[in-house]
Write a protein that binds this ligand. Structure first.
Ligand SMILES: C[S@@+](CC[C@H](N)C(=O)[O-])C[C@H]1O[C@@H](n2cnc3c(N)ncnc32)[C@H](O)[C@@H]1O
Length: 512
């Protein structure tokens, strides 16, 4: 494999999504599929033949495959000295009409936007499968959908997949196709992904689909080591979810988390019941719009008339409760916490500043170009709750009583009347360990360390219902806020307020 990469170069490899399956994983997938008892096996993305090589020598298996890159097949033939006549050199996404008894695959992973023939492929998916592929989808999801439609009954299929589709909108038709027939057996997630797939940017796992059996539930496994994989039959799933409870539009990655942080649906609603988080202000030219008070003064700009208070970097907020005094402390220390905002008629000094910006070309930037006039930034109201966009393990949530707006480092909450009523309750919940455990189940996972949170991840997350919040006395909330303000932490009695929203251990044990 290293010889191959050295020979063709990284660009050739990456542009075709050529990432190779480690032998242990290929062995596991191949043997699981062949347990169907079928004697044929099809690989739609052959590469260097990891799955072909994983078929036991004594097994009588009729192997066939597809591969778009003739070069990689020739390389294999040359280096093994064996012909690979069973491989059809073709674009799998454009060759229709095949039916296969067993399928095993590690599909190429490329954003669909980068896929050359995407218009034609989308048309064919619509026509033949009745599926509208989202522009955000990727080749791996398209491969999986197509293979599902080609699998004969009874037959088995194992697909190695980047698992982000389980949590994103473009994955909805894929999840629907997986569950509609009732043949989805299990989804495995590799928690040891960095050892197995050092290049992987998202979590990776295996979809196991069995056309011979109707499954009443789907098992979600978290695989921590390759040794565990070798003894898969002895492994207990993290969750075993009734098919009826698997909504294709919902996020599925949370099913890989231990159930200790499962929320009691009777006491919960979604956060959007209370309002919505949306991203902070994108200026398109922070060098122009973001100012220190000293710079504003030097330019003759008035901090109140020509600018608005604004948090421009996540590190500027270090406490869970941020108030006017905290903002003034930043401003007094000359931190860049002003946003140039000439949204009415610019003052004389503001007009001079705008012209200086034009001389420096800021009006020609990607975002500023689309605005009229180019220096008018988005109008926003200060948000009572802020949610950090990036986090490493622990997300940042802030109760904001200052008038400061925020740039894109925070998502800001625009409450509805219910949200205004319960803003402090929501904050305490989001800051509590119970809230963190439950919220982390619905966050998208981008990689092993860094979480990027999109506004809709938060908006769709479970939070206690207004009825539940109404059971917490106002004085308790006020008291908890005072403690958090003083110590930066939720006291244990305040943590306990939210304990009832978790499914109690006893109830968990009684469940099937
Ligand atoms: C992720 S690699 C997997 C290779 C091999 N099966 C393995 O598991 O190690 C995907 C392979 O699919 C090939 N490929 C990319 N686009 C394809 C397409 N549209 N049709 C068929 N093969 C394709 C790539 O050249 C690459 O060899």
């Amino acid at each position: 494999m290293r010889d191959y990469v050295r020979r063709v170069g990284e660009n050739h490899r990456k542009s075709r999504g050529q990432y190779f399956t480690p032998p242990d994983v290929a062995g596991f997938m191949t043997s699981w599929v062949l347990r169907s008892g079928g004697t044929s096996l099809f690989d739609p993305a052959f590469g260097l033949g990891a799955f072909h090589d994983a078929v036991p020598h004594d097994a009588r298996v009729d192997f066939s495959a597809c591969e778009i890159d003739p070069g990689i097949v020739e390389f294999r033939e040359r280096t093994t000295g064996r012909r690979a006549g069973f491989v059809t050199v073709d674009d799998y996404l454009r060759s229709w009409g095949g039916r296969h008894s067993n399928i095993v695959c590690n599909p190429p992973y490329m954003r669909f936007q980068k896929f050359v023939n995407r218009a034609m492929v989308r048309r064919e998916f619509r026509r033949r499968l009745g599926v509208n592929l989202s522009g955000y989808t990727n080749t791996a999801s398209a491969f999986l959908l197509k293979s599902l439609s080609e699998l004969r009954a009874p037959g088995r299929m194992a697909y190695l997949m980047p698992l982000e589709f389980l949590n994103t909108g473009y994955g909805t038709p894929v999840k629907a196709a997986l569950t509609d027939s009732g043949h989805l057996f299990a989804i495995l997630r590799f928690d040891c992904e960095k050892d197995i797939f050092p290049d992987a940017a998202t979590s990776v796992g295996v979809i196991l689909f069995d056309n011979a059996v109707r499954h009443a539930s789907v098992k979600f496994y978290a695989v921590r080591s390759l040794t565990q994989l070798a003894r898969f039959d002895e492994m207990a799933p993290v969750s075993d979810v009734p098919v009826a409870a698997l909504d294709a539009r919902a996020k599925w990655l949370p099913w890989f988390q231990p159930r200790a942080c499962e929320a009691d649906p009777a006491r919960m609603t979604v956060l959007s019941t209370f309002g919505r988080f949306s991203r902070g202000i994108a200026t398109g030219a922070n060098e122009f719009f973001v100012l220190r008070p000293s710079t504003a003064r030097a330019r003759g700009l008035d901090a109140y008339a020509d600018c608005v208070p604004c948090i421009t970097r996540s590190v500027q907020i270090r406490k869970p409760i941020f108030d006017a005094a905290d903002y003034h402390a930043l401003s007094d220390a000359d931190h860049p916490v002003l946003l140039f905002s000439a949204n009415g008629a610019p003052s004389r000094d503001a007009a001079v500043y705008i012209r200086s910006g034009e001389r420096r070309g800021f009006h020609e930037r990607f975002l500023t170009k689309t605005r009229t006039p180019w220096y008018r930034t988005e109008r926003r109201e200060p948000s009572p709750l802020l949610f950090g966009v990036f986090s490493r393990g622990r997300y940042k949530v802030v109760f904001n009583t200052s008038r400061a707006l925020t740039l894109t480092c925070f998502h800001g909450f625009q409450p509805n009347p219910l949200g205004r009523r319960y803003a402090a309750h929501l904050f305490l919940y989001l800051a509590s360990q119970t809230g963190r455990d439950i919220m982390s189940r619905s966050m998208r996972r981008y990689g092993a360390l860094l979480d990027k949170v999109e506004p809709n991840d938060v908006n769709g997350s479970p939070v206690p219902s207004p009825d539940f919040f109404a059971t917490i006395r106002e004085e308790r909330v006020a008291e908890a806020m005072t403690v958090v303000n003083g110590t930066g932490r939720l006291p244990s009695w305040a943590e306990a307020l939210f304990a009832p929203v978790k499914i109690p251990d006893k109830k968990k044990e009684e469940e099937p």
